[in-house]
Write a protein that binds this ligand. Structure first.
Ligand SMILES: Nc1ncnc2c1ncn2[C@@H]1O[C@H](COP(=O)(O)OP(=O)(O)O)[C@@H](O)[C@H]1O
Ligand SMILES: [Mg+2]
Length: 262
């Protein structure tokens, strides 16, 4: 289907731990179990589940940072797991990650200007200076701040800069892995609103990863609920909140209602 941007089929990932003195048997843990997920162009899909359920592992498979043992990941109808080096390089331009800790994408020793310039140099882009100035304005940071270093900014501003870095190559798809989990509640909303705004302006498709069902309600078109490496429910946000069919989804919903009531 042409309106599907990414399509994940029967994905499985196992982590193997090496033999050690403490665990003499070689252990393996099935972290992703038969994952199927379709994301259409222009959608914000959230992936929600408790810590350790496999959300980041799925994100890392999509980004080709780790390799699953089974399954397929189609991006624009091509299986990214079959991509050669050159195809992977091109793919990495179209898909970017925003992390929980902006320091993972900002080099503390580099000026913001150079951090934003770097991907443009790697991908041999033209009009680099103009592109840097355009993107920094779009995320609400002043042009004069380009000469500064990451430590000179607040946590929220650093996340804005990390978002600018993720968007500088004009990707089609963004995976945001717990992008506001390390921020103060007061700053969370401004970053979420920025992502929604940028999604409209730049025609993005977003996979938003979070452990917080309450947070994703506000921004997602659809929600996928993950439990112990399985997607147990995937439907529109409205339907999920009004008519959850899976027991684990109902458990997550009841826990946010209890917190609100308390
Ligand atoms: N590199 C790794 N090697 C071995 N086990 C890992 C590795 N990364 C994650 N795990 C394990 O896989 C499971 C899922 O982790 P993760 O995908 O990070 O979950 P989440 O992002 O939902 O918190 C956890 O049990 C975690 O301990
Ligand atoms: Mg994670």
């Amino acid at each position: 289907m042409s309106d599907t941007l990414i399509s994940i089929r029967n994905l499985e990932k196992t982590y193997k731990s090496e033999k050690s003195f403490l665990s003499p048997k070689k252990d393996s843990q099935l972290v992703l179990k038969n994952i199927n997920l379709d994301i259409k162009k222009g959608e914000i899909v959230s992936l929600v589940g408790e810590s350790g359920c496999g959300k980041s592992t799925l994100a890392n498979c999509i980004l080709k940072l780790i390799t699953p043992e089974k399954g397929e990941i189609f991006f624009e109808n091509e299986n990214i797991l079959n991509f050669n080096k050159k195809e992977t390089f091109e793919y990495r331009k179209k898909i970017q990650m925003i992390f929980q800790n902006p320091y993972s994408s900002l080099n503390p020793k580099m000026k913001i200007k150079d951090t934003l310039m770097e991907p443009l140099i790697i991908h041999k882009e033209k009009n680099k200076k103009e592109k840097v100035e355009e993107i920094i304005k779009l995320v609400g940071i002043s042009k004069t701040d380009l000469e500064k270093y990451p430590h000179e900014f607040s946590g929220g501003q650093r996340q804005r800069i990390a978002i600018a870095r993720a968007l500088i190559l004009k990707p089609k798809f963004i995976v945001a892995d717990e992008p506001v989990s390390a921020l103060d509640v007061s700053i969370c909303a401004s970053i979420i609103n920025l992502l929604i705004d940028l999604k409209e302006k730049l025609n993005l498709t977003i996979l938003f990863i979070s452990h917080d069902l309450n947070l994703v309600r506000y921004l997602s078109d659809k929600i996928a609920v993950m439990n112990k490496g399985e997607i147990v429910e995937f439907k529109s946000t409205k339907e999920l909140f009004e008519n959850p069919s899976d027991e684990y989804t109902r458990y997550l919903l009841s826990s946010i209602r209890t917190i609100k009531a308390g």
